[in-house]
Design a protein around this ligand. Structure first.
Ligand code: IDP
Ligand code: MG
Length: 151
């Protein structure tokens, strides 16, 4: 399958809890390639676009506050079927319901502190990569080990 890209955010609770390494490590160990990486406080102007689909919902104000409450790690990951693969490793939105072995299922408890964002489809991945990285293009490179991960 052709390589695709997805946007992943280790949210402020992941940074505050010292879980950046753990979370990136789980994704890296799946074989995914990091092609862009940034560490910053997400501006409300960006989060309001990123979470536009949730505007008007009861949790929206808390969500925008949470996502901007401290620095986040923002990255683009690449690999075959990466959007689906990452969503599977992340687990469902509510950590209480997320399967054991997933990031949310192993490390979180509540929807409002669920540690990580991952794009949910090809259209949102492309839109989100553009929103967070703009003209700072993700890198294209290969690793020697890739042939042992991708057929
Ligand atoms: P997702 O992150 O699994 O794709 P979405 O439904 O797109 O979940 O919601 C975006 C984010 O909004 C969630 O990751 C979570 O941080 C937050 N959120 C969603 N539902 C609730 C809720 O009921 N209470 C508090 N926060 C919520
Ligand atoms: Mg979503």
């Amino acid at each position: 399958m052709a390589s695709e890209r997805t946007l992943v955010i280790v949210k402020p609770d992941g940074v505050q809890r010292g879980l950046v390494g753990e979370i990136i490590s789980r994704l890296e160990r799946r074989g995914l390639r990091i092609v862009a990486l940034d560490f910053r406080v997400i501006d409300p102007a960006v989060s309001s676009v990123h979470y536009a689909e949730h505007r008007g919902k009861p949790f929206y104000a808390g969500l925008v506050e949470y996502i901007g409450s401290g620095p986040s790690v923002i990255m683009v990951l690449e690999g075959p079927d990466v959007i689906r693969a990452v969503r599977t490793t992340v687990g469902v939105t509510n950590p209480a319901e997320a399967a054991a072995g997933t990031i949310r299922g192993d490390l979180g408890l509540e929807r409002g502190r669920n540690l990580i964002h991952a794009s949910d489809g090809a259209e949102s991945a492309s839109r989100e990569i553009d929103l967070f990285f703009g003209d700072r293009m993700p890198l294209s490179y290969e690793r020697d080990i890739d042939r042992w991960i991708v057929e």
